[in-house]
Design a binder for this molecule. Structure first.
Ligand code: KG4
Ligand code: ZN
Length: 340
């Protein structure tokens, strides 16, 4: 099945052409990051308007890059939620319009389901597997038994890991989104320089908490202001990265031991993080677990990842009705009921 996939849940306007939910024919991502950077975060109203401007050219580019005509498309997969309602509506309405015009089915997909299956665009992962999704809006551990069959084992009780990265970067005076900048500066810093808290490390649950870490970084910078570039800033970045990765790895290890998982998927924008990739590789080697982390270009928001579950659902007879609406919040555990 040749699918057009569309993603507009936050600040990336993306479209992709994917064959059989596995082979990327083309993938185009137009980022709004530079526009939102001036405001220190994503401004929902601006995001919607920018998606409206960019979506048609992005879809045209994906078709052109793939050498695909509209008439070749057999279905449309689009992010239905979670995300910014206005932003979601732009991609969702376009997907419906394309589906109606071409008389092909469309399917609304959970954004995190896309992240979860991004590794499938490079190689297949057998079910069941454990998944750690770490992005700007999510930090969750899932037990994945198949498409649509997810059990949440743990989640953040406050900030997501990516949010914590971005907030700490902002405290240190870096532009939005600062996750990648902290990662870069951490390479030259000492991870043991500043002792930062490891929230919920030994609370006996698989939940996460990152807001205390952000407060600790704020207190630290008030006590000892850092200038960028500088060794003190690099040390703070390295210490912060060490604290985040320590907690993520410890909870993932606990989840692996608890579930007896033989396979681990790490996905979402923060899965680009060099420290996290290293730690997860070490952990999986130690436990004899097969690790799948998408190539960095497939970790962040993109449309191709949506085609993996999209293709599965459409080829198994699940088609979204044209009356379906977007949803700003959507629990992964209930997808099972909504697709049957
Ligand atoms: O998955 P994603 O592209 O969008 C959401 O669905 O949220 O994730 C974006 C998040 C941002 O918070 C960004 O700062 C973070 O991923 N991020 C990183 C790195 N690259 C992106 N965080 C830490 N280290 C990185 N290398
Ligand atoms: Zn995402």
């Amino acid at each position: 099945m040749l699918l057009l996939a569309i993603e507009t849940s936050c600040d990336e306007t993306a479209a992709a052409i994917v064959r059989d939910g596995r082979e990327i024919i083309s993938s185009v991502i137009s980022s709004q990051v530079a526009i939102h950077a001036a405001y220190g975060g994503v401004v929902p109203e601006i995001a919607s308007r920018k998606h409206l401007e960019s979506l048609a050219p992005v879809v045209s580019q994906a078709l052109k890059d793939g050498g695909v005509g509209m008439e070749d498309l057999e279905g449309v997969a689009v992010t239905r939620g979670p995300g910014l309602s206005g932003a979601l509506l732009v991609g969702f309405s376009a997907a419906k319009a394309i589906a109606v015009a071409l008389k092909i089915p469309f399917i609304g997909v959970h954004h995190i389901e896309g992240h979860l299956f991004a590794p499938f665009l490079e190689h297949t992962v057998d079910f069941p597997f454990l998944a750690l999704v770490v992005s700007g809006g999510h930090t969750q551990l899932y037990h994945v038994e198949g498409f649509g069959h997810y059990t949440t084992l743990g989640r953040t009780v406050d900030d997501a890991a990516g949010e914590a990265y971005d907030k700490c970067a902002k405290i240190m005076g870096m532009p939005y989104p600062g996750g990648i900048l902290i990662d870069r500066m951490a390479q030259s810093g000492n991870p043991d320089a500043i002792r930062l808290p490891r929230p919920l490390l030994r609370d006996g649950t698989l939940n996460f908490s990152f807001s205390g870490l952000k407060t600790a970084v704020l207190q630290q910078t008030m006590k000892n202001p850092v200038s960028i570039p500088g060794q003190a800033a690099d040390d703070l970045c390295a210490s912060f990265q060490e604290a985040v990765c320590h907690v993520l790895a410890a909870k993932t290890e606990a989840a692996i031991l608890q579930t007896g998982a033989a396979r681990l998927v790490v996905a979402g924008g923060v899965a680009c993080n060099s420290g996290l990739r290293r730690r997860m590789a070490d952990l999986c080697k130690k436990l004899g677990v097969e690790l799948s982390i998408p190539t960095p270009s497939l970790c962040g928001d993109n449309a191709a990842m949506l085609a993996v579950p999209g293709d599965y659902y459409l080829s198994h007879g699940h088609v979204s009705p044209l009356s379906l609406d977007v949803t700003a919040t959507w629990d992964m555990d209930i997808i099972k009921e909504s697709i049957t």
